[in-house]
Design a protein around this ligand. Structure first.
Ligand code: CTP
Length: 399
């Protein structure tokens, strides 16, 4: 797989700009050449001299600067890189990118590029949650822009919440995972299905059995397999998060429906079962609402089909690679290894869900288990887990 060798880093004006100095050093540790554009407001937070000294390259800032243009024109700057990283990205640059405004060098380069763009937002929590920001982000995701973060935590302005720029190590890891796989499309001749989200088993017209799964990890996997070229179908239970852009989407409610669709989609090369399937279903769903009687009731439940096990153990049309998850609250490795054998899948990504951890969060901490490999992955965003898994899948098929 080709490696990213050149990054164009756009530093916009936010207090988190100081973190971009460390980011330049860590990217250079990876033998990545970093060229920077420092916006006018960015230069209020870090100086061109620091950026130039750390990157070892000329710092560009002004669209109408003759010296800059003669060194390297803005079109060339946007094309002669493997990747553009906007870190920190303010609400303002996100808005300009969404609407295609070009009123300075940074926004003009972003319009002129044909390269992958990654945005690392950093802003006040209220600005992040503002509907305008969220709208702009959805537009950019549709346009193929990737995002890292933001993280939750204390802010420079004294508030707490989502909006902090992701940690340097996480940004570097995400970039290494991404590499040029997006451009190479190493999975372009393969097909994939991904199950995600919870399933919902109706008790009566207004009540159901379900669980806390947000669908984030499965959606990120479907997006990343699609981005790497796989013909991808996402089979999803009910969730409240934006759907990935690109994969074919099939929405289901129950485990039975999820199984039916999964089996219909076979044969595929890759199956990733990330759904938190309800283990039990109600034997007879009531057509009318169950009334209170003053006494307790008991529900007649039976076990749902195990989708992962069914497809792993098929005699015909078994996907070449079947990946499952293991949500454990104790004895993580031992239980996950037992699950790998019992279900017959090839890989298991195990996570510790004790005390409600992982469900709905943006980060995940994975233990990767196969018959001959056991790895503990660092805590990273669900997007980074998805890219790391997709790269492993790509290596598996190219081997
Ligand atoms: N899974 C599935 N169908 C089910 C139950 C689970 O496909 N009916 C898949 C999940 O998508 C996941 C893996 O099996 O990839 C493990 O799910 P998990 O909830 O950890 O385990 P269970 O099989 O439900 O076992 P237990 O609840 O006893 O831990």
């Amino acid at each position: 797989m080709k490696k990213i060798k050149n990054i164009l880093l756009i530093i916009t004006g936010g207090i988190a700009a100081y973190k971009s100095l460390e980011l330049i050093r860590r990217l250079k540790d990876q033998n990545i050449n970093v060229t920077c554009i420092l916006t006018k407001s960015g230069s209020e937070f870090v100086t061109p001299l620091s950026v130039a000294s750390l990157s070892g390259n000329h710092v560009y800032s002004d669209l109408f600067n003759l010296t800059d243009e003669s060194k390297m024109g803005h079109i060339q700057l946007s094309r002669e890189t493997d990747l553009i990283l906007v870190a920190p990205a303010t609400t303002n640059i996100i808005s300009k990118m969404a609407y295609g405004s070009c009123d300075d060098l940074a926004s003009t380069v972003l319009m002129a590029t044909d390269k992958q763009v990654i945005v690392v937002p950093a802003m006040n929590v209220r600005m992040w949650h503002n509907p305008a920001t969220q709208r702009n982000i959805q537009m950019l995701i549709k346009d193929g822009v990737s995002f890292i973060g933001p993280d939750k935590g204390d802010m420079a302005c004294g508030e707490y919440g989502l909006g902090r720029m992701s940690e340097t190590q996480e940004i570097v890891e995400s970039i290494l995972e991404l590499n040029l796989s997006l451009l190479d499309q190493p999975l372009k001749n393969l097909s994939a299905l991904v199950t995600a989200g919870p399933t919902k088993e109706q008790i009566d017209p207004v009540r159901f059995i379900s669980n806390e799964s947000s669908g984030k990890q499965g959606y990120a996997i479907a997006q990343s397999l699609f981005n790497m070229g796989a013909q991808t179908t996402l089979i999803t239970g009910p969730t409240n998060i934006p759907l990935p852009d690109g994969p074919t989407i099939v929405k289901v409610n129950t485990a039975e429906e999820m199984l039916t669709i999964t089996e219909k989609l076979l044969p595929v090369d890759i199956a990733v079962c990330a759904a938190a399937v309800s283990d039990y279903k109600v034997n007879k769903t009531k057509i009318t609402k169950i009334k209170k009687t003053g006494e307790g009731i008991s529900l007649d439940l039976s076990e749902n089909p195990d989708i992962l096990k069914r497809i792993s153990k098929r005699n015909s049309n078994r996907p070449s690679l079947v990946v499952g998850f293991a949500a454990e609250t104790e004895n993580l490795k031992k239980n996950a290894e037992t699950k790998l054998l019992a279900k017959g899948c090839d890989w298991i990504l195990a996570n510790d869900v004790s005390n409600g951890k992982i469900f709905g969060e943006d980060n995940n901490e994975i233990t990767f288990i196969s018959k001959d490999r056991l790895e503990t992955w660092d805590k990273m965003s669900k997007d980074s887990v998805a890219m790391k898994l997709s790269n492993n899948i790509s290596d598996y098929f190219s081997a």
